[in-house]
Design a binder for this molecule. Sequence first.
Ligand code: HAM
Length: 505
Amino acid sequence: MTSTHHKAKQFQAIKGVRDILPPESVLWNRVEQTAREVFGTFGFAEIRLPIFEQTELFARSVGQETDIVSKEMYSFDDKPGGMPDPGPFVIPEDYTVAVEHAMKTGQIPLNPSNQSIMASVRENLKMLRKASDLSRTQEAEQAYMRWFVALQHLELGESITLRPEATASVVRAYIEHGMQTLPGNVKLYYLGPMFRRERPQKGRYRQFYQIGAEVLGSSDAPGIDAEVIEMLMRLFERLKLKGAVLHINSIGDKNCRPAYVEKLRAELQKVREQLGPDSQRRIETNPLRVLDSKLESEQDIIHKLPRIADHLCESCREHYAEVKKQLGLRGIKYEENWRLVRGLDYYMRTTFEITAPGLGSQNAVCGGGRYDGLVELLGGPATTKGIGFAIGTDRLVLSLQGEGEGEVQGGLDVYLAWFGAAAHSAAIGLARRLRDAGFVVELPAVEMKFGKSLGLADRLKARHAVIVGDDELAAGVVTVKRLSDGSQQKLGEQELFSYLRAGNA
Ligand code: HAM
C-alpha cells in the first residue's frame, strides 16, 4: 500500500452509447406506450426478439454490400469450446475421430463449411494411410501436412452479431414458427435497442432504439402499404409531432429494377470523373445508393439521371399508383421522392421515409418499405409478402423535445412530512393508502427538522406537503400545504383524498 491517495478509476459509457435518464425516460415511456396503444388498435401484437442473431442472417437479408453489413455491425465469434487437446503424440486417426466427436457434441460448430473441411480431412487421412502402408515417406508427409492444414481451417466459433435492425429477425421468427399457417396477415410490432457502428453525432448513436412493425402474409395489396403508413401517421398525430413529412417512392421489383440499375450504372459511368469517391465506388457495388448522396457537387448530376418511375414494369406502376390512391382515401399527404432508395437490400416496390424538424442532418425519424422476396430468401414460402417500418425512437424523442412536446410534469403529488415517532407510524399507513389510490408520495426515511423537511418538499417540486405531527394526531387531521401558493388547511383523511382528487393533486 502506498500512502499517496489514489482516486478509483471512474467509468464512462462507451462512445456513441448513452444513458436515458429521468425525466427524459418518462417521455420515452409515453412514446412507447402510445405506440403500443395505437398499433394495438390496428390489430398488431408485440414480438420480443433476441438482441443477437447469426451474422449470416443480417448479411443475407440486409445485404453484404450495404454500409450496415460491410462496416457497421458488432460481430463476434461465439466460441463454444475449441479444438480437442491433441495430447503429446498426435495419432491422425484418433485425432480426426476426436474432432468429429467435438462436432457432434457442438464443441465445434457443425455447419456446411466445417462439414466440407472434414470431408477433405478424411480424404487426406486416407491418402496418408495408403502412402504409409506403401512406405512412400514423402507422399505420406505431404498428406499429413494437408491433413493438418485442413484442420486449421475449421471455424471454431459461430459468428454472432448484435442486431443492426429487426426486420431480419422478425422474418426469421415468422419462418421458424411456421406463422404462414396463421389466418390472415401476421401483424407484429417490436421495441428495443439496435446496434450500428456509425460515426456518432446528434440523432445518430451506436446503440439506438427502434419502434417497428411488420405485416407478413400472402397478400401484397396496396391497401396494406397504405394502412401501415396510416398507422404511423396516427401515432405521430397522437404524440403531437409537428412538421412530419412523408416521402414515398417505388423502387420496382426483380422484373424491372435490374434493367433500370444497369441503365443507371451506364449513365453513371459517363459522369464517373465528376463524382466523389463514395459514389464512384457505388457505381459497381450499388448504383441506386448514389441517388442518396447528399454531396453538394453531385446534385446537378444526379438530377439528370434516369428515374426509376419511368422504368417500372406495368404491375409495379399499377401497385404504386394504387398505394397513392389508397393514401388519398385516408387523407394522408405525401411527397414523391424518386431518389428515396433506402440503404437495405431487401426492399422492393413501396419505400418510404418520414422526416421531422429539429434533427439537423439526421432528419429521418422513420424508414420502411415492402420486402416481398425476403421470406423466400431466408428459406420460407415464396408466396409470403412483407412490408414494415421502423421509427428511430431517439430521433422521435429529440424532435418532440424540440417542438416543446417533451415537457414532462413533475410527478410528486404529496411530500409526507412527519414529526415524532407516533406521527411516523401514522404517516407510513397514510402513505400506503395514498399510493394505493394512485398518488405519488415521498415519505422521508428519517425525521428532519420542520424547515429542512419543507425545504426539501419545495426542491422536489412536490405539489403538496402533507404534515403529520403530534397536534394533527391529537386532532385526527393532517395539515395540507399547497406549495404553489402556500395556502394551508387542516383536513381529515377522507377530506384529504377528495381534496387531492379534485384536481388539486
Ligand atoms: P433504417 O432506415 O435503417 O430501416 O432505420 C429506421 C430508422 O431508425 C431510421 O429512420 C432512423 O430514425 C433510425 N436509425 C437508424 N440508424 C440510427 C442510428 N445510428 N442512430 C439513431 N437512429 C437510427 C430499418 O432499420 C428497417 N429495418 C426498417 C423496416 C422495417 N423496413 C421494413 N420493415
